[in-house]
Design a protein around this ligand. Sequence first.
Ligand code: GDP
Ligand code: ZN
Length: 462
Amino acid sequence: MANSEADTIAAISTPVGEGGISIVRISGDDAIKVAQRVYQGKNLEKVASHTINYGHIIDPDTKQEVDEVMVSVMRAPHTYTREDVIEINCHGGLLATNRILQLVLSYGARMAEPGEFTKRAFLNGRIDLSQSEAVMDLIRAKTDKSMKVALNQLDGDLSRLIRHLRKDILDVLAQVEVNIDYPEYDDVEEMTTKMLKEKATDIQQRIHSLLKTAKQGKVLREGLATAIIGRPNVGKSSLLNALLHEDKAIVTNVAGTTRDVIEEYVNVNGVPLKLIDTAGIRDTADTVEKIGVERSRKALDAADLVLLLIDNSAPLTAEDEKLLAATKDKQRIVILNKTDLPSQLDLDRLKELVGDAALIETSIVKHEGMDQLGAQISHMFFDQGIESSQNNVMVTNARHIGLLHQANDALSDVLKGIADGMPVDLVQIDMTRCWDLLGEITGDSYQDELLDQLFSQFCLGK
Ligand code: GDP
Ligand code: ZN
C-alpha cells in the first residue's frame, strides 16, 4: 500500500545518541488511539489537550513494561503538523526508544518519511515553504549569526517580503487589464507601458538587493572557504592555531575520506571560516619545501578568502612576490606578521604590491593584531552589518537564489519587451512569469515533485 497523507506517522524525533531523553513523535488522526494501545496510565483519549502524562509503555502482547515515559497529548489544530500529535518522552536510552517506535508502528502508525512532519505542517498551512526550509537551515546553522538569520526566516520575514513583491506585481497586472479594457484616453497604451516599465524597474531593484544578501547568506551557511598561505616559516601554523584556539574550532571529518580533507570551521566575528587544507599547514615537520608555493596555489583555487602572510623580519622574497601576484584578483587580506621583530622588509614596496587590499600587521606569538584581523574579515563580508541590514532578511537557500535569478530574468524580458515596442499583452506574460517564480519561493505556487525533493532532505523525525 502506498504511503498516504492520511496515514498516522511516527518517528524518533530527537537526534540519535544525544541527550538523556529521546522522543517518539506520532502525528495523524489516530495518533492518540495508537499511543493508548501501548500505554498504561491515564486514558489519553480523555485527557485535556496540551497535557503531559506520566505512565508506562507496555507491550500489549507480552504485557512487559518497556519504559517509564511522559506522554504529551496535543490535539489539532494547535500543533506542529496541525494534526493530533503525541510525543512520548522516553528515558530508557536508545534501545527502549527503538522498541517503543516498533510498538507504535505495529499498533497502527507507519514510519514517517524524512521531513514528513514538516511537510505536513506545510501542507496543512501552518508554515510556508521558505519557513520549512529554514527549519533545515537551523539544524545546520554553524554560528550565532546564521542561527539568527535562520530564525528570522522561520518567522517569515523572507516570505513577507516576497508576498509584498507579488502583491505589487499583481496590482500592476490588474492595472494593465483595467487600462486595456477601459481605454478612456487615446494614449492609454503609452501610459500602460510607462507604468509597467516603472514597476518592473522598481521590483527588479528590490530583487537585486535580495540577491545581494545571498552571497552573505551562503557564507553564513556553508562557511567561507579560506586559505592561509605564505612561504615556509611566515607563521601559517601559528595563525591557524591562534584561530582554532580562540574559537574551539568545529572539526568535521568528512565521511569516507582520508585525514587530508579534514574541514575545520572557526567563527571569526560571526563569519564562519571553513579553513582549507589545514592538514597541509599542520604536517610541517619534514615537508617544509613542499608546502611552499605549489601547495598554496592549489588551496588558492578553492578559496573565497585568502589570508596571505608576509614575514616582517625578513626581506621580501621572490616567493612572496609570486604569491602576492597570484592572489591579486582574490578577496584577500595580507598579513604582515612578526611585527615584534625588527623590520627587515621594504614596506613601501610591499604596500605597492598589496594595492587596494587590506594590510594587517600582527605578531601572532604576542597575540597582537588578531582583533584587527577579525574586524577586517567581518567588515569585508558584512559591510553594513547584518543587524542594520534591511529587515534582517537574508536569502540563504540555493533554491530561493535560483528562483530570484529567474524572476530577475523575467523582469529583464519585461523591460526588453517594452524597449522593443512589444504589445502589452506579450509583456504581461513575462510579468506573470515573474509572479509565478516568486510564488515558488513561498510555496504559493508549487509542484508536488519539488515538495518531495525538498522535504526528503530533512532529518527523519522533523
Ligand atoms: P609556517 O611554516 O608558515 O606554518 O610558520 P609557523 O607558524 O610554523 O612559524 C614559524 C616560526 O615562526 C615558529 O617558530 C613560530 O613560533 C614563529 N612565529 C610565528 N609567528 C610569529 C610572530 O608573530 N613573531 C615571532 N617572533 N615569531 C613568530
Ligand atoms: Zn607551519
